[in-house]
Ligand binder design. Structure first.
Ligand code: NAG
Ligand code: NAG
Ligand code: NAG
Ligand code: NAG
Ligand code: NAG
Ligand code: NAG
Ligand code: NAG
Ligand code: NAG
Length: 686
C-alpha cells in the first residue's frame, strides 16, 4: 500500500517536473503502468549535458552531440532513476571512473560511434541492472572489464586491438553477442566458452581473420543463430557446427539461422546434422555447393555468390523452401528443371543477373504458391505466353531493367491475382490491348522508360483496380480515350518526359479527377507548352460552341461532356462518340441557337466547379467521374426537350404563317423575323 502510494507520488512528481528541458525535448511516457520522464537531446549540437534536465529523468538520448569525457561527470546528477542512456556518436574516448557507477537502475547503455582508448572494470563499476550494452568500442579491453556486469544479456562490442583476450567475457551470461574484430587477425579458440548455457545468438564480423578454429562454437548447445562475415577466409572447418563420430564435443546442432558472408568456399558437409535450420544465407561465396540432404530450410539467400548455372539437382534437398534469393549470382540461364524440386516456392529473386531467356512453365512445380518474382536487371528480350503457364498465385512481377521488346499478349493470362507489374526500363515499343486482359487486381503498373508511342484503346478495360500508373519516359502523346471510363481509383499517373498533347480529353481528366496526382507537362499545343499537367485547366475552347447548331449524335454520361464541351470537334475525337451503355439520344437533333445559348451558362458553371472545396464537398466527385457529366446529360435532355418544344413551336408557327399566307396571297414571302431566319439557316445547312 505504501509502496503503491510511493509510486503514485513518484509518478505525480515525474509528470509534474518533466515538462521543460530546453534545448532537449522532454516527454512523459507510460511504461508498464509507470510514468517515465524521457529527454531527447539527440543532435542538438551539445558540448555539455544541459543543466535543465529534471532529476527524475529515466531516459536520456544524448546521441549525435559533441560531448567529451569530462562532460560525463555531470551524469552523476541524474543517475538515480536513469534506465536508458544513449551516448552514441559523441566524442568520448574515456569513461571517467565511476561516472556511471551510481546509475544503479541503468538498463540500456548505447556507446556506438565512440572510440574509447581503454576500458577496465572501473569504467562500469557495478551496473547490476545493465541488460544491454551497445557498441562498446575500445582500443584496449582489460581482462576483467565486464566482470561486474552480471545482468548483461546483450552486448555488441568492437575490438580495436590486434588481439582479443580469451577471457574477456568470462563471468558474463550473455544471450546475444555481436562482435566486430576490426583489425584482429585471430580469434581465440576459447573466446566463447563462457556462454555454454546462455549464448543463443552470435554475430561475428572478422574481415582480417583468415581461419576459424574448429572449436570456436564448441559446447554452445543452445545456439540458435550464427552470422559469420569475413573477407579473407578460404573456407570453414567441416566440423565447425557438428562433431564427427570420433570426437564427442557437444556442438550447436540446433541452429535455426545461419548467415555466412564472404568465405571463398564451404565444405560440403558443413550443415550436416542441422535438423532445425530454417534460414540459410550464403552471400558472396565464390565456389558454392549446396547440401543435398533433405532440410527444413524455408529461406535460402544466395545473393552475391557465384553460380553461373544451376543444374537440375541443385535444390533437391530444399523441398520446403519458400523464399529463394538468387540476386547477383552471375546466372546466365534458368532451365525448365531449375526450380523443379521447389514445390513450395513463394518468392523468387533473380535480379541483377545475366539471364537472357525464361523457359516455358518456369514455375511448373510452384504454380499455386509463387507470389513474387523479381527478374529485374537482366538481359531478357521477350516474354512468351508460356513462361507463366499454369501459374495462379502471382501477385508481384518485376521485369524492369531488361531488354524486353516483346511481350506476348497472353503472357499474363490467368494472372488474376497480379497487383504489381513492373516493366520499366525496357525496349518495349508496343503493348497489345489484351496484355492486361486478366489483370483485374492490378494496383501498380510501371512501364516507364520504354519506347511506347501509344497505349492501345481498351488496354485498361479490365484493370479496374489500378491505383498507380507510371508511363514516364516514353513517346506517348495522349491517353487512350476510354482510359478513365474504366479506371476510377487512380491516385497517381506519371506522364513525365513524354511528348504530351494537352487536348480536351486530357483537360477533362484533370478536371474530373481533382485528387489524381498527375505528373508531367504539355508539349503541345504550342500555347500550352510547358504547362504542368497538374495545373491544366479545362480550356474555354473545349466549352463554347461557335456554331449556332449543336449536333448531338449518340452521347453518354461521359461523352456528352465532350460533345458539348469540345466545339463540335467530332472529327478530332471520333472515338469519343462511342457506343457506350449510357446512350440517351440516338437521332440527330437540331437545337436553335437561342436555346443553345440559353444552355451554355449552366454548362460553364458546372465545369468551373473545380475548386477543391466544392470538389471535396461532393461525395461522388472523386470516385465517379461522371458526376459533372451527369449534370450535363440532364442539362442536355432538358435542352433537347426545350429544343424540341421550340422546334415544334416553330413548325406550328410556320404552318400557321403559311396557311395565313395562303389565305392572303399565294406568293407572300415568309416574314423577316428571327424565327424565320433561324429556320432558313437550318435549311441552308442541310
Ligand atoms: C530522439 O529523436 C531522434 C530523432 O530526432 C530519434 O531518432 C530517436 O529515436 C529519439 N530518441 C528516443 C530515445 O526516442
Ligand atoms: C539511442 O539509443 C536508444 C537506446 O538506448 C534508442 O532508443 C534511440 O533511438 C537511440 N537514438 C538514436 C538517435 O538512434
Ligand atoms: C573529437 O575531439 C578531438 C579533440 O578534442 C578533435 O580533434 C576531434 O576532431 C573530435 N572529433 C569529432 C568527430 O568531433
Ligand atoms: C535478395 O538479396 C538482396 C541483397 O543481395 C536484397 O537487396 C533483396 O532485397 C533480397 N531479395 C528479397 C526478395 O529479399
Ligand atoms: C553480364 O555479362 C557481362 C559480359 O559477359 C559482364 O560484363 C557483366 O558483368 C555481367 N553482369 C552481371 C550482372 O553479372
Ligand atoms: C524441358 O525442356 C526440354 C526441351 O528444351 C524438354 O525436352 C523437357 O521435357 C522439358 N522438361 C520439363 C520438365 O518440362
Ligand atoms: C525484387 O523484388 C522483391 C519482391 O518485390 C523485393 O522484395 C526485392 O527487394 C527485389 N530485389 C531487389 C534486389 O531489389
Ligand atoms: C523470344 O526469344 C527467344 C529466345 O531469345 C527466341 O527464340 C524467340 O524467337 C523470341 N520470340 C519473339 C517473338 O521475339
Amino acid at each position: 500500500m505504501y509502496r503503491l502510494l510511493f509510486i503514485l507520488a513518484l509518478d505525480l512528481y515525474t509528470v509534474h517536473s518533466c515538462e521543460v528541458c530546453e534545448p532537449c525535448e522532454c516527454n512523459v511516457i507510460k511504461f508498464h503502468r509507470r510514468f517515465l520522464c524521457t529527454a531527447n537531446c539527440s543532435d542538438r549540437g551539445l558540448s555539455s549535458i544541459p543543466g535543465t534536465l529534471p532529476s527524475v529523468i529515466e531516459v536520456i538520448d544524448l546521441s549525435y552531440n559533441d560531448l567529451h569525457n569530462e562532460d560525463l561527470e555531470r551524469l552523476k546528477l541524474f543517475t538515480e532513476y536513469l534506465a536508458d542512456l544513449n551516448l552514441s556518436y559523441n566524442n568520448i574516448t574515456y569513461l571517467p571512473p565511476r561516472s556511471l557507477s551510481t546509475a544503479s537502475q541503468l538498463n540500456v547503455l548505447n556507446l556506438d560511434g565512440n572510440v574509447l582508448e581503454k576500458v577496465d572494470s572501473t569504467s562500469f563499476g557495478h551496473l547490476k541492472q545493465l541488460h544491454k550494452l551497445i557498441g562498446i568500442h575500445a582500443k584496449t579491453f582489460e581482462e576483467n572489464t565486464f566482470e561486474n556486469l552480471e545482468g548483461l544479456n546483450d552486448m555488441s562490442i568492437v575490438f580495436g586491438s590486434k588481439e582479443a583476450s580469451e577471457n574477456i567475457f568470462s563471468h558474463l551470461k550473455l544471450k546475444s553477442l555481436h562482435m566486430n574484430f576490426k583489425t584482429a587477425t585471430r580469434i581465440p579458440e576459447k573466446l566463447l566458452n563462457f556462454g555454454i548455457d546462455t549464448l543463443v545468438d552470435i554475430y561475428l564480423n572478422a574481415p582480417n581473420v583468415e581461419s576459424l578454429h574448429e572449436n570456436t562454437f564448441s559446447g554452445l548447445t543452445i545456439l540458435k543463430s550464427v552470422t559469420i562475415q569475413t573477407e579473407k577466409m578460404q573456407t570453414l572447418p567441416t566440423n565447425l557446427f557438428h562433431s564427427t563420430v570420433n570426437d564427442d564435443r557437444k556442438m550447436p546442432v540446433n541452429l535455426v539461422t545461419v548467415i555466412i558472408d564472404g568465405v571463398k568456399s564451404l565444405p560440403r558437409n558443413l550443415f550436416d546434422k542441422q535438423q532445425s535450420l530454417k534460414h540459410l544465407t550464403l552471400n558472396n561465396i565464390e565456389d558454392l555447393i549446396l547440401p543435398k540432404s533433405e532440410s527444413q530450410v524455408d529461406t535460402l539467400d544466395l545473393s552475391g555468390s557465384t553460380l553461373y548455372r544451376i543444374s537440375a539437382d541443385w535444390f533437391i534437398g530444399f523441398k520446403n523452401l519458400r523464399f529463394l534469393n538468387l540476386s547477383r549470382t552471375k546466372l546466365i540461364e534458368v532451365n525448365n528443371d531449375t526450380l523443379m524440386s521447389l514445390s513450395s516456392l513463394t518468392v523468387l529473386d533473380l535480379s541483377y543477373n545475366n539471364i537472357t531467356n525464361l523457359p516455358d512453365a518456369l514455375f511448373k512445380s510452384s504454380q499455386n504458391t509463387i507470389v513474387a518474382f523479381n527478374v529485374s536487371h537482366n538481359q531478357l528480350r521477350n516474354i512468351s505466353s508460356r513462361t507463366f503457364e499454369g501459374v495462379k498465385s502471382l501477385e508481384k512481377v518485376d521485369m524492369g531493367n531488361n531488354k524486353l521488346n516483346f511481350i506476348d499478349e497472353n503472357a499474363f493470362r490467368d494472372q488474376f491475382m497480379l497487383t504489381d507489374l513492373f516493366l520499366n526500363d525496357n525496349e518495349l515499343v508496343y503493348l497489345s490491348s489484351d496484355t492486361l486482359f486478366d489483370q483485374t487486381s492490378l494496383l501498380d503498373l510501371n512501364i516507364a522508360r520504354n519506347k511506347i508511342k501509344h497505349l492501345p484503346e481498351r488496354l485498361f478495360r479490365n484493370a479496374r483496380s489500378l491505383r498507380r500508373l507510371d508511363i514516364s519516359g516514353n513517346k506517348i502523346q495522349t491517353l487512350p480515350h476510354d482510359f478513365f471510363e474504366t479506371i476510377r481509383f487512380l491516385e497517381f499517373v506519371s506522364l513525365d518526359d513524354n511528348p504530351v498533347h494537352c487536348d480536351c480529353p486530357l483537360m477533362l481528366i484533370r478536371d474530373s479527377m481533382p485528387r489524381l496526382n498527375l505528373i508531367g507537362k504539355c508539349e503541345a499545343p504550342p500555347k500550352l507548352q510547358g504547362t504542368l499537367l497538374k495545373n491544366l485547366k479545362l480550356n474555354e475552347n473545349c466549352l463554347i460552341t461557335t456554331s449556332p447548331t449543336v449536333l448531338l449524335t449518340s452521347f453518354s454520361f461521359y461523352d456528352a461532356s465532350l460533345v458539348l464541351s469540345s466545339t463540335l470537334d467530332l472529327k478530332t475525337f471520333p472515338s469519343t462518340i462511342s457506343s457506350t451503355p449510357y446512350t440517351y439520344v440516338t437521332e440527330i437533333v437540331e437545337i436553335a441557337s437561342t436555346s443553345a445559348n440559353h444552355l451554355y451558362p449552366s454548362i460553364v458553371q458546372i465545369f468551373n466547379r473545380d475548386t477543391p472545396e466544392e470538389a471535396i464537398g461532393n461525395d461522388f466527385y472523386d470516385t465517379f467521374l461522371g458526376t459533372s457529366a451527369f449534370y450535363i446529360a440532364i442539362g442536355c435532355v432538358v435542352a433537347v426537350f426545350l429544343g424540341a418544344l421550340v422546334g415544334v413551336a416553330v413548325v406550328m408557327a410556320r404552318r400557321k404563317l403559311r396557311s395565313r399566307a395562303y389565305e392572303v396571297s399565294e406568293t407572300t414571302e415568309i416574314p423577316n423575323d428571327d424565327i424565320a431566319m433561324a429556320l432558313r439557316h437550318v435549311h441552308e445547312e442541310r
